[in-house]
Design a binder for this molecule. Structure first.
Ligand code: ADP
Ligand code: MG
Length: 262
């Protein structure tokens, strides 16, 4: 059975797509079967996996509207060793179209059920807002991975997201839990970041992943080559950290945390 995780944070530019693409490639490198679902109309995770969003015959849009299945619409990443259910601008219209439809929150969940035995991990890259697309992600998933920068207002933003997760858990998807907070773009020379990181650990305990992703220019360069950083420069500090994070995720699956959703 596939473990399905949303990579979500309502803020833009916090590292969601970088995390999704590099975790997908990292998990593939350690032998896991992975499907990346791009739920952001910007299609950055699609492009960053070496799949051209502009010439996709079928995308996640067609899957949400139930005019295609995932095996029909998914592509193989040209660089990352995983499958990609891609997105492009067409997806922006799906929100409006979904509103009028039955089971509008559950479209992705149903589609994923059909490929459950084909993957070990499904990673869903969410857009930076709580819209119907993100809700489809949250209703499909076992958990949420929250990438965050250790900045002054970070804790506030995380509390909002934790409340959202709690509400979806209570009303729409009993499986959903906060898997963990991933510190990204971390710079240990900045005292504020170290302080916020300490506060996070004090407040969220083992919900903070052990792995820390450093700020690393190689991770930022990789998308322009259509490659995850993990593949583009495997020896870079950012790539090494993401491979470590993939290992941490696989370990967590072997020893599922018993901590309650807080
Ligand atoms: P989001 O999907 O949340 O909008 P992105 O993953 O697209 O965020 O990241 C925003 C920007 O920050 C991108 O230009 C990306 O390349 C860069 N970036 C992300 N993570 C890192 C990192 N660890 N080090 C350096 N740059 C990063
Ligand atoms: Mg993104």
């Amino acid at each position: 059975m596939a473990r399905i995780y949303c990579i979500a944070n309502q803020k833009g530019g916090v590292g969601k797509t970088t995390t999704t693409v590099n975790l997908a490639a990292g998990l593939a490198l350690v032998g896991q079967r992975v499907l990346l679902v791009d739920l952001d109309p910007q299609g950055n995770a699609t492009m960053g996996s070496g799949v051209n969003k502009r010439d996709l015959p079928l995308t996640v849009y067609d899957v949400l509207l139930e005019s295609a299945t995932i095996p029909e619409a998914a592509q193989r990443s040209t660089s990352g060793g995983y499958d990609v259910l891609g997105a492009n601008r067409e997806l922006a219209g799906a929100e409006v179209e979904l509103v009028a439809l039955e089971r509008r929150n559950e479209r992705l969940r149903r589609a994923l059920k059909a490929v459950d035995d084909q993957y070990d991990f499904v990673l869903i890259d969410c857009p930076p807002s709580l819209n119907l697309l993100t809700l489809n992600g949250l209703c499909s998933a076992h958990g949420v991975i929250v990438p965050m920068q250790c900045e002054y207002f970070a804790l506030e933003g995380v509390s909002d997201l934790v409340n959202t997760i709690r509400q979806v858990h209570a009303n729409l998807n009993r499986d959903l839990e906060l898997i963990g907070l991933l510190r990204v773009m971390f710079d240990p020379r900045i005292t504020l970041q170290v302080n916020v990181s300490d506060q996070l650990k004090a407040h969220f305990g083992d919900k903070v992943f052990n792995t820390v992703i450093p700020r690393n220019v190689r991770l930022a360069e990789a998308p322009s080559y259509g490659q995850p950083g993990v593949v583009w420069d495997p020896a870079s500090r950012g790539a090494v950290a993401f491979i470590e994070f993939a290992r941490e995720m696989v370990e967590r699956e072997k020893h599922p945390a018993t901590a309650e959703l807080r």
